[in-house]
Ligand binder design. Structure first.
Ligand code: GLY
Ligand code: MN
Length: 463
């Protein structure tokens, strides 16, 4: 948790931005796995609740009455039975005072403050958990199917504005996550060899996060089928000659994330064909450092990378034709079907629950929902100092996509399908690091770089 003053300052800023009404921020509840007392572990608090109210416990609701300048933390103190099974925790009143909130009340009192007949503006965020949807329905009489449209766009904009710019203490926390991420990734590299299962490596990676008091920031991706964007570990055995892709991150005890991807040969030595593709991804990844800076739209950085990638794929004979035309037509998406990166912070895809249109786009930069690949961009708008975004280009050879485009003749003037056919067994390569936008440019976060130059990877894996 940060200092009490940090939470007070954040709520004061939020009050100014929202201006009027009552802001209700729902914390999360335990989520049962297969029976009520066997909940998914670890418990994950809602990020926006954490940002303004700091407390990790389940069953809390934070209320900021902007009109009357009054703040209340709602929640029930635990009883003797809970203490017997789970140990003692702070009272709700203590939790409120730790984050500078003057008032606390039992949860049932919330329904006296907010009723379906309340005429004042109630600002709430789009809920994503069903128990909170039920709570909103009970309090405000809004059916879950209508809650998204009834959520407060003013509150969403205010939260996005504040959470997008990371303070120094938040950056320090992200760098802590990156330090743990470094240990996760280097462990995966050390353990990768022919004959072990993907699940073995993935499980060890997750264990590293837990052993440093963290958790994983998303379900670890570790697969020799790197062409599957989110390929979680299977019981398949790693094979010599293939590439393993590891996309994994840590989330610190204060819930700040890291997100990195590395791709390396299972047997510790790249083939020439792998190296040819790897070098392109590496160049695209590094190129971002030269172009990402305040005022530049991340969508333009994305397309600059797409053009560079297309140029290089042309040199290998996999693409052809005019580079600008090819990228305009979306031909590069055969190889790179996702965006260059996303915001990262307390959520690994930061604030994605508040809708990508509100987080990664603005009036000047609208998403393109019609073109395959471009429609997967999560971040397009102009960069600002303090933003943290991922830089994660990749090249993938997706057999079903190759077959589909070939059959339809899609972008056939830009793609050499005969040559591409010979890459169907390749897999995929992604390289990802986390970038901080500074006052005049950007820098990779984290003091140690997970090996990513091919020679460094080979040296590391064979040491
Ligand atoms: N690291 C997973 C993703 O960015 O989607
Ligand atoms: Mn990512």
């Amino acid at each position: 948790m940060f200092s009490t003053q940090t939470y007070i300052n954040r709520r004061n800023e939020l009050k100014k931005l929202v201006g009027n009404g009552v802001i209700v921020l729902f914390g999360n509840n335990e989520s049962p796995c297969n029976y009520p007392s066997n909940a998914y572990y670890p418990f994950r608090q809602d990020s926006t609740f954490l940002y303004y109210f700091g407390q990790q416990r389940d069953g809390l609701v934070g209320v900021i009455d902007v009109d009357n300048d009054k703040e209340i933390l709602f929640g029930d103190d635990i009883d003797i039975d809970d203490i017997v099974w789970y140990g003692s925790v702070d009272s709700v009143a203590d939790m409120a005072s730790q984050v500078g909130v003057a008032n606390s009340l039992p949860l049932k009192e919330l329904s006296t403050l907010i009723t379906p007949d309340t005429t004042r503006k109630i600002h709430f965020l789009p809920p994503y958990r069903h128990d909170n949807m039920i709570q909103i329905m009970d309090l405000m009489g809004i059916h879950p199917s209508k809650q998204h449209e009834a959520s407060s766009i003013d509150l969403i904009h205010a939260v996005v504005k504040m959470r997008s710019t990371k303070s120094d203490e938040e950056i320090a926390e992200i760098e802590r996550a990156i330090e743990i991420g470094y240990k996760m990734h280097t462990t995966a590299m050390r353990l990768t060899r022919p004959g072990v299962t993907e699940k073995f490596v993935g499980g060890q990676v997750d264990g590293i996060a837990h052993s440093y008091g963290a958790q994983v920031s998303f379900a670890t991706i570790f697969s020799q089928h790197g062409e599957i964007m989110h390929g979680n570990p299977s019981m398949n055995v790693l094979e010599s000659g293939r590439l393993a892709l590891c996309d994994a991150g840590a989330e610190t005890i204060n819930h700040y994330c890291s997100d990195h991807t590395r791709t390396y040969p299972v047997n510790g030595k790249f083939t020439q064909r792998q190296l040819d593709i790897y070098r392109i991804v590496e160049e695209c990844h590094d190129y971002v450092l030269d172009v990402a800076k305040p005022g530049v739209k991340y969508r333009d950085v994305h397309f600059a990378v797409c053009r560079l990638m297309t140029e290089r794929l042309k040199e290998l004979g996999l693409m052809r034709g005019d580079v600008d035309e090819a990228v305009k037509a979306g031909a590069h998406a055969m190889f790179l079907p996702h965006g260059l990166g996303h915001m990262m912070g307390m959520d690994v895809h930061d604030m994605e629950g508040l809708d990508q249109i509100n987080v990664g786009f603005d009036n000047d930069t609208q998403p393109n929902r019609d073109q395959f690949g471009t429609n997967a961009l999560r971040m397009g708008r102009a960069l600002e100092p303090g933003f943290v975004v991922t830089d994660e280009p990749g090249i993938y050879f997706i057999p079903v996509l190759i077959d589909d485009w070939r059959k339809r003749g899609h972008c056939k003037e830009f793609i050499n399908f005969d040559l591409l056919e010979t890459y169907k067994d390749f897999g995929g390569i992604r390289v990802e690091d986390d970038l901080l936008i500074t006052n005049n440019g950007c820098r990779f976060l984290g003091k140690d770089r997970i090996p990513y130059h091919p020679k460094d990877i080979e040296d590391f894996m064979n040491s």
